[in-house]
Design a protein around this ligand. Structure first.
Ligand code: ADP
Ligand code: 5GP
Length: 200
């Protein structure tokens, strides 16, 4: 069995990354989501261990010191990181593992795991982004502005990604994500061993 693909998804907060990933996960069972640790407070409705593992800064710093995080970064005053063991275990089971992480963490993954598939999701416009962030109702006005500023900055630094998905129509965006995963599964190096039965 070949090891799964590591799919890194980034893009402006409010672009719809979680929504697109959740929709794609409803349609296939060969992908799983890596739940991050964060020092941010839970939003109403968020569940510890599902949306994030909500931890304090001391525990976060211990995980960094113990090398338990595949990557980590500070995003608008809070720390976020990807637990390493879950990702490595699932990849070795052949699952495609999705990370929904911001761009500094994505750059660390790109450097340390160059085989990772880098996907950037954007909304159709900044106006639509503001509408979605406001409509989600989880952020204060000041945090929305900080996230929009960060979005503009991230779009300017995204040139190391492999794919861009425009999340205008949700069905189309999740189909595009699924197509990217399928294309990566068909890569020559992933299927090279199959040639041996033809006498290669
Ligand atoms: P992110 O994970 O990128 O921060 P979310 O998935 O939380 O973004 O989406 C932000 C808001 O935008 C949510 O209220 C979500 O329901 C809405 N949303 C996501 N995708 C679309 C879409 N294609 N069209 C309209 N609204 C969307
Ligand atoms: P939110 O607070 O809206 O859930 O997430 C804020 C930002 O943090 C988003 O861009 C999200 O992709 C990113 N993020 C979530 N988990 C991680 C993580 O483990 N590492 C990094 N680097 N960013 C993360």
């Amino acid at each position: 069995m070949s090891i799964g693909n590591l799919i890194v998804i980034s893009g402006p907060s409010g672009a719809g990354k979680s929504t697109v990933v959740n929709r794609a996960m409803e349609t296939r069972n060969d992908i799983c989501f890596s739940t991050s640790v964060t020092t941010r407070s839970p939003r109403p409705g968020e569940i510890d261990g599902v949306d994030y593992f909500f931890i304090n800064q001391k525990r976060f710093d211990e995980m960094v010191a113990d090398n338990d995080l595949l990557e980590h970064a500070v995003y608008v005053s809070n720390s976020y990181g990807t637990p390493r063991k879950f990702v490595e275990d699932k990849l070795s089971e052949g699952m495609n593992v999705i990370l929904d992480i911001e761009i500094q963490g994505a750059a660390q993954v790109h450097k340390n795991k160059p085989e990772a598939v880098m996907v950037f999701i954007i909304p159709p416009s900044i106006d639509e982004l503001r509408k979605r962030l406001t409509g989600r109702g989880t952020e204060t006005e000041a945090t929305i502005e900080a996230r929009i500023q960060r979005a503009v900055q991230e779009c300017g630094e995204a040139d190391f990604y492999d794919y861009i998905i425009i999340n205008d129509d949700l069905d189309k965006a999740s189909e595009e994500l699924s197509s990217i995963i399928n294309a990566e599964l068909c890569r020559f190096d992933k299927r090279y061993e199959l040639l041996s039965s033809f006498g290669k």
